[in-house]
Design a protein around this ligand. Structure first.
Ligand SMILES: [Cu+2]
Length: 262
């Protein structure tokens, strides 16, 4: 079938058009295989030279008492929990590191742009809490918002550099898909129904970010060699930066410390 179509096109007056279209695709292929500096609109990082940063974010000071969330006013939420629920604004891990720190490349990538992932980042509303508490996405990448609860939520991001919106999501409704057009560290997200619900979305035009986990560590890989400023951002404890220089295939450790408020 393909062959017959090809023959037909060759024999037809569309031949010139076909050549024109084929020719139009070639520069993209060439650009993608070139080094980052000359790649044009989208930078493809050469895996043979890509560098990695790993590290941890330590907490210094007296571990704050976890704040218990009271859901009593909303029986449909309270009934979803048998054990007490605690706020996630300052989570100090057992090894004295911090969870939910947004670690990202703040400076050093210039105007480079990167391929936007086609996979969405999922933000769920579960147990009347946002899960996870913090996410990162690329500008234009889809955030898929779920409501796994038997109650209505109203998700409301409050950005400074993006369009503000809020949407009611009833139980069993279809997921909501949204994008954020511009970089912003960070966008607070709240629920207009449940005042204790809060999360943060970090939006960057590149893929070099991570959120620290239960062991306080992070990994940012696939970086082109260069000099970068890395920031560790925490919603209550502030932000701190460090500079790092990476050569081809480098693997460097960058550790951060954030101090508790007294
Ligand atoms: Cu809610």
């Amino acid at each position: 079938m393909k062959r017959r179509l090809g023959l037909w096109l060759t024999a037809s007056s569309f031949t010139l058009l076909l050549i024109a279209c084929g020719g139009g695709e070639k520069p993209t292929e060439t650009a993608e295989s070139k080094p980052a500096e000359t790649a044009g609109p989208v930078t493809m990082v050469d895996p043979a030279t890509a560098a990695t940063i790993t590290g941890k974010v330590s907490f210094e000071g007296e571990k704050p008492k976890p704040r218990q969330i009271r859901m009593d006013a909303e029986a449909s939420c309270a009934s979803l929990h048998k054990a007490p629920v605690y706020g996630e604004e300052v989570v100090v891990n057992d090894n004295k590191t911090l969870q939910y720190v947004f670690v990202y490349v703040k400076e050093g990538l210039g105007d480079k742009t990167f391929v936007k992932p086609t996979e969405p980042v999922v933000l769920d509303q579960k147990g009347c809490l946002y899960t996870p508490h913090m996410i990162g996405v690329q500008a234009g990448q889809t955030v898929k918002i779920l409501n796994s609860d038997p109650t209505t939520h109203n998700i409301h991001p409050v950005p400074a550099n993006n369009r503000e919106w809020n949407t009611s999501m009833s139980p069993g409704g279809s997921p909501l898909e949204r994008t954020f057009a511009r970089e912003e560290v960070m966008i607070p997200v709240k629920c207009n129904v449940h005042p204790w619900m809060k999360s943060y979305i970090g939006v960057l035009k590149h893929p070099f970010f991570a959120v620290t986990g239960r062991d306080g560590t992070f990994e940012i890989k696939g970086l082109p060699p260069g000099e970068y400023t890395i920031e560790a951002w925490h919603e209550k404890l502030g932000a701190t930066t460090q500079k790092v220089a990476l050569i081809a295939k480098d693997s460097k450790v960058v550790d951060f410390t954030l101090k508790g408020t007294t």
